[in-house]
Design a binder for this molecule. Structure first.
Ligand code: FA5
Length: 351
């Protein structure tokens, strides 16, 4: 490059940039560097020639030449780094194409979803409809309309998580529903008999957790109302359900129980999957041989009256079961806390 007449190096700079843009490999870059900055390079000459300039030009010309030198040193170094790092990667690749590919992990349904679908299938095949309802519920539906007035001791059966509504006096007491039974009322208020429906959904209780108690779990409610419905319908429906879910081996047991919204009420249990209902029992069934799976009973006449049905004409039955407990029985799971502890080793077994 001959830019000797260009004593301030401006022309040299422009032409060198044009040439730099055409460089496409390391060899050309080395050549460019030597032409510019080598012993006989154009920038080296430019700097040497400064001493021959008139003294009033020396200072500016020197400053300019230095800036040009630094500019090209940086530019060349940057390009050099680009080329050498690419070369290094090619000779020592970080990708090993011989390694087997990574398996894509597919999500799967949560075990509670799986069991709710199974329960739903059994009942829909028997002709039940499906409904859902709110998880944040009014006291009125969770308790009062289910024949559990304010301050009634039966409320102690459901350890309740209340929603703080103290800041707004116009709002009725709100809670996280302790069971899916409020949907009995909501559905009966909306439609006339015949009703044959199941309602799966999340429920919440202020519980001390243990192997069979969680503070958040899922229930499936069932409600049938029509003319002439008797306890025999309740028993045969739930026996049919038990046989479909657990096979012929498991036995169902109906014992008197108290729920304020049914009369008579029953506790439905199944013999323990762990000890097969052995006389001495085991830890899972609290040494009784039986595991309670649901509460049930004939819809209380007061509840029917409350929603405007005439109990002399209509009767019905209702039941409510814990979905996780059904899954525990079906899958031999001995601790309900596994469902919501987010351990993938447990959850993946239900893929
Ligand atoms: C009720 O909640 C009633 N609403 C059921 C009912 C409906 C009775 C209709 C009559 C007519 P109970 O509190 O027993 O009842 O709960 C029902 C089922 O939910 C239990 O059998 C159990 O399987 C499950 N369950 C209750 N508490 C827990 C808990 N803390 N953790 C996991 N499952 C639970």
């Amino acid at each position: 490059m001959d830019f000797q007449k260009d004593s301030y190096g401006n022309e040299l700079r422009l032409k060198a940039i044009e040439k730099f843009d055409l460089i496409s490999n390391l060899e050309q870059l080395e050549e460019f560097k030597s032409e510019l900055l080598g012993r006989k390079g154009s920038i080296t000459d430019l700097i040497k020639n400064i001493s021959t300039l008139p003294s009033d030009q020396k200072k500016d010309a020197g400053k300019n030449a230095n800036l040009i030198k630094i500019f090209f040193q940086d530019l060349i170094q940057e390009k050099f780094d680009d080329y050498t790092s690419t070369d290094a990667e090619e000779s020592n690749p970080t990708l090993d194409f011989s390694l087997p590919g990574r398996r894509k992990s597919h999500g799967s349904f949560h075990p509670t979803t799986v069991v709710v679908r199974e329960i739903t299938k059994v009942f829909t095949e028997m002709g039940f409809d499906l409904a859902e309802g709110p998880e944040v519920e009014l006291d009125e539906y969770n308790f009062q309309k289910l024949n559990i007035p304010i301050d009634h001791p039966a409320r102690d059966m459901w350890n309740t998580l209340w929603v703080d509504t103290t800041s707004d006096v116009n709002i009725q007491p709100l809670l996280l529903r302790t069971h899916t039974s409020p949907m009995q009322i909501r559905l009966m208020e909306k439609q006339n008999p015949p009703i044959r429906v199941i309602v799966p959904g999340k429920t919440y209780r202020y519980e001390a957790t243990d192997a069979t108690h969680e503070w958040q779990f899922c229930q499936v409610e069932g409600l049938v109302v029509d003319k002439g419905i008797t306890f025999a319908h309740l028993k045969s429906t739930l026996e049919e359900f038990a046989q479909n879910m657990f096979g012929q081996k498991r036995k169902a047991r109906f014992r008197c129980d108290f729920f304020p919204f049914v009369e008579p009420g029953a506790e439905v249990s199944i013999d323990c999957f762990k000890c097969d209902g052995d006389r001495d029992g085991c830890k899972v069934c609290s040494f009784t041989g039986w595991i309670e799976i649901m509460g049930a009973g004939m819809v209380h006449p007061e509840v029917l009256k409350g929603v405007g049905y005439d109990p002399e004409i209509y009767s019905g039955f209702a039941f409510g079961m814990g979905a996780e407990r059904i899954s525990m029985l079906r899958n031999g799971i001995d601790d309900v806390r596994l469902f919501y502890s987010n351990d993938l080793r447990f959850l993946k077994q239900f893929s």
